[in-house]
Structure formats: structure tokens, C-alpha cells
Design a protein. Structure first.
Length: 204
């Protein structure tokens, strides 16, 4: 098995899905977390001066989705069927885009809390999150897993994204019971539950 080192900030952010995939597959890796105070120095080591970076036997792989897709495949979370694999990619791409918008407009925004709440309630929820949840819930109402007949990284990102949104929007899944059930099911997997109980405590 290759030697893996995942380099990112000491936060969940764009590396957390890869960490979930590592956990699911029981794949050992070095979770190299950079503190903000050390970033200026460490930045020089990174391809393009950005993180996350996955070192595979000393060779760097940049870009969060490329990293996560690679780890998901090693963990058995990418379907062998090409169309199902593409379906996973579509879900991951869509949810990643939504989370980028949430990060920009809510998490890292310097707007006042009341303005952040307005943006979430009046812009992001009705225009982005709820329409997507409607699609997810409709499909999951007749299936155990979203893409395949077993767990894929699409299921992991659904659980990760909406469990991360819940502290900001407590009733985000109130009208979407099938999605809520999937989130609980993924978080109850032994490997994921262990990671959630032992990962470093961070704000985001």
C-alpha cells in the first residue's frame, strides 16, 4: 500500500471528504494539519502554493476533488460501472459548488450575523439548497443508497454537507426525511462514527 500524507489546514474544509474516505476504507495516512501561523512558511512547499495536497509515496497530488476521487477509489467508494461513477461525480461536483458558495457568503464572510442569516434564508436555501434537497429526497425515498446498491462517496458527501449545515440551519432537513435517514445511516457506519468521535475539534 502506498504511503499517504494529506496536507491541509487544521480545519475540516476542503479536505474533510477525503478524510471520511480514508476512514471508510480503513486506509492509514498522515493527517498533516497546518496551523495558520505556519502557513507562510509551509506555502512554499505546496504545488501552486495551495492546499489540500495529497502526498502519495512522496509525489504530490493537488486539488481537493482530484484527491478525494483518488482516495474514494482506493477505499472502494467509486462504482465500477462507469455511468454510476459519473453519477457520483455529478453529486460531488454539485454539492461542492454549493458549499463553496456557503463558505464565501456565510462562513468566511465579514458581513454582520443578521445579514448572513438573511442571505442563507432568502438566497442560498430557496435557490440552491432546497431544490437540490428535493431531488435527493425523491430518489432516496425508494433507495437505500443514492447511486448504487452499496455505499459510495456520493453518500458520504451528502452526509458530510448536510450534517455540516445543520448547526447553521437546524431545520434544513425537516422536510426531507429520506435525506435525513441517509445522513444518519452514513454517520452510523462504524468507520465513520469512529472518525467523527476522534477527529480534532475545529470550528469548521
Amino acid at each position: 500500500m502506498p504511503e499517504y500524507k494529506l496536507i491541509y489546514f487544521n480545519t475540516r474544509g476542503r479536505a474533510e471528504l477525503a478524510r471520511w474516505c480514508f476512514a471508510y476504507g480503513g486506509i492509514p495516512y498522515n493527517d498533516d494539519r497546518i496551523e495558520r501561523d505556519n502557513w507562510a512558511e509551509r506555502k512554499k512547499e505546496m504545488p501552486g502554493g495551495q492546499v489540500p495536497v495529497l502526498m502519495v509515496d512522496g509525489k504530490p497530488l493537488p486539488e481537493s476533488l482530484a484527491i478525494t476521487r483518488y482516495v474514494a477509489k482506493q477505499a472502494g467508494l467509486v462504482p465500477k460501472d462507469d455511468l454510476e461513477a459519473a453519477g457520483c461525480d455529478a453529486i460531488v461536483d454539485a454539492l461542492s459548488g454549493i458549499m463553496v458558495e456557503v463558505a464565501q457568503k456565510i462562513v468566511y464572510s465579514k458581513a454582520e450575523p443578521a445579514e448572513k442569516q438573511r442571505i442563507m434564508k432568502e438566497e442560498i436555501l430557496p435557490n440552491k439548497i432546497n431544490p437540490f434537497l428535493n431531488r435527493l429526497n425523491e430518489r432516496l425515498s425508494t433507495r437505500e443508497w443514492f447511486i448504487s446498491d452499496k455505499t459510495t462517496w456520493a453518500d458520504l458527501i451528502i452526509a458530510l454537507v448536510f450534517s455540516s449545515l445543520t448547526p447553521k440551519v437546524p431545520d434544513v432537513l425537516k422536510d426531507y426525511p429520506a435525506v435525513s435517514k441517509l445522513v444518519e445511516k452514513v454517520q452510523s457506519l462504524d468507520s465513520i462514527k469512529k472518525w467523527l468521535n476522534t477527529r480534532p475539534v475545529t470550528d469548521n
